[in-house]
Design a protein around this ligand. Structure first.
Ligand SMILES: Cc1ncc(COP(=O)(O)O)c(C=O)c1O
Length: 344
C-alpha cells in the first residue's frame, strides 16, 4: 500500500495533482470516497440498517459523541471498565450524562475481562459500552457480556480482526490508525434507527445524523486517511476479510505466547489466559533492569516499539494488520535467544 501511495503521490489518477490537493467535492475524490465506503461495507459484513460514517477526531471524540447522541435525560449508560481505554470512555461519558460502571477490572489490576455473567445492568440503561480489546493492558474480550440492552463497542485496536454479531450492537466505532490506515479518522457504524431519532440540539459536527446525511462529505473529510484505508481494505479483502485477519492475528500472537509459556517464567504474561489479546501481547521479565537490557538489545536488531505503555511498564508487542508473520518470527527468535543467553 505504501509503495502504491508513493507511485500515485504526485499525479493521482492522471490529474497531475496529489490526492491531498484535490477538492473533496471533485468527482475524482468522490470515487475514492465511495470505494472506501463500499469496501468497508463488504469487509465488515455490516447489515444495511447500519450507516457507515467517517469522522475526524479519532476514537477519543467518539467517547463524547456516543453519549451525546444516544443518552437522553432519563436514561443512563453502563460501561465495562476493562482497562485504560474503557476507563477513558467511561470518564468522558460521565461528563455528558448518567453513566455507571457495569463492571470494573481495577480489583484484578485490569488483567482480565469480565466473565459473561459478571456485568450488571441497571434499570433505564440505554446501552452497554465495551472495549473489545484493551490496547495497553493487552486483554481481549473473547465473548460478549450476557445482557439484554444494546451494546456500543470501541473496536479501535482489533478493528476488522474479529467477527461481530451485529444484531447485538447499536453502534461500533474505532480509530483506524492501528489496523486500517493513517491516523486522523474514526469509522463509526451507527444503526439507522439512532439517526432517525437523533437530537437536534447539538452542533452539526457532533451529530451522527449530519455526517450520515452528507455521506461523510458534509465538511472536508480526512481525505488522505480515507484514501489509504480504501487500499488497506482491498488488501484485507484479498487476504480473506475479517476471517483472514482474525486467523492471521491469532497465529501471530500465538507464536509470541508460545515463547512466553515455554520460557520457564523468564517471560511472564500477567493476563488471564482466555483473555489474552491477539493484537497486543504484553509480558514482564524477572526485573526492570533485565527489561531495559532486553529493549536495548532488541532495538539494536531493529526490533522497535516493544516498550510497554508508560502507565504500566514491562514489554508489549503490537501485532496489527500491517505486521507480517516474518517480523513476528524474528521477534520470537530474538526472545528465545535473549532468554537462552541471559539464563545460562
Ligand atoms: C481501544 C482504544 N480506544 C481508544 C483509543 C484512542 O484513540 P484515538 O487516539 O484515535 O483517539 C485507543 C488508542 O490507542 C485505543 O487503543
Amino acid at each position: 500500500v505504501l509503495e502504491e501511495v508513493q507511485r500515485e503521490w504526485l499525479d493521482f489518477a492522471g490529474t497531475g495533482m496529489s490526492l491531498i490537493e484535490l477538492s473533496h467535492r471533485s468527482a475524482t475524490y468522490e470515487r475514492v470516497h465511495d470505494d472506501a465506503l463500499r469496501r468497508m461495507r463488504t469487509v465488515s459484513e455490516a447489515p444495511d440498517d447500519f450507516e457507515i460514517v467517517f469522522i475526524q477526531g479519532g476514537a477519543t471524540l467518539q467517547f463524547s459523541m456516543v453519549p451525546l447522541n444516544l443518552l437522553a435525560a432519563e436514561t443512563s449508560a453502563g460501561y465495562v471498565v476493562s482497562g485504560s481505554w474503557g476507563r477513558r470512555a467511561y470518564t468522558d461519558a460521565k461528563a455528558h450524562g448518567q453513566a455507571y460502571a457495569a463492571w470494573d477490572g481495577a480489583k484484578d489490576g485490569y488483567t482480565r475481562m469480565p466473565w459473561p455473567d459478571e456485568v450488571s445492568i441497571r434499570d433505564g440503561t440505554r446501552y452497554l459500552h465495551i472495549t473489545t480489546n484493551e490496547t495497553i493492558e493487552g486483554i481481549r474480550m473473547p465473548y460478549l457480556p450476557e445482557v439484554e440492552v444494546p451494546m456500543v463497542a470501541d473496536v479501535s485496536s482489533d478493528y476488522l480482526a474479529r467477527r461481530l454479531p451485529w444484531d447485538r450492537f447499536d453502534l461500533v466505532y474505532g480509530g483506524v490508525q492501528k489496523n486500517l490506515g493513517p491516523a486522523g479518522l474514526a469509522v463509526v457504524f451507527v444503526r439507522q434507527q439512532i439517526l432517525d431519532n437523533s437530537r437536534s440540539d447539538l452542533g452539526s459536527f457532533l451529530r451522527y445524523q449530519w455526517h450520515a446525511a452528507g455521506r461523510s462529505l458534509a465538511h472536508t473529510p480526512a481525505m488522505f486517511s480515507i484514501y489509504v484505508m480504501a487500499k488497506v481494505l482491498r488488501l484485507i479483502e484479498e487476504q480473506g476479510g475479517v476471517s483472514g485477519l482474525e486467523a492471521a492475528s491469532t497465529a501471530k500472537a500465538g507464536l509470541i505466547y508460545e515463547v512466553i509459556d515455554k520460557s520457564d517464567g523468564f517471560y511472564s504474561s500477567p493476563v488471564e489466559r482466555a483473555h489474552r489479546s491477539h493484537m497486543n501481547v504484553v509480558w514482564r521479565m524477572p526485573s526492570v533492569e533485565l527489561e531495559a537490557d532486553f529493549l536495548a538489545a532488541a532495538e539494536k536488531q531493529k526490533l522497535i516499539g516493544l516498550r510497554g505503555h508508560r502507565s504500566i511498564g514491562g514489554c508489549r508487542a503490537s501485532l496489527y494488520a500491517g505486521m507480517g508473520m516474518d517480523s513476528v518470527e524474528t521477534l520470537a527468535e530474538f526472545m528465545e535467544d535473549f532468554a537462552r543467553q541471559t539464563t545460562v
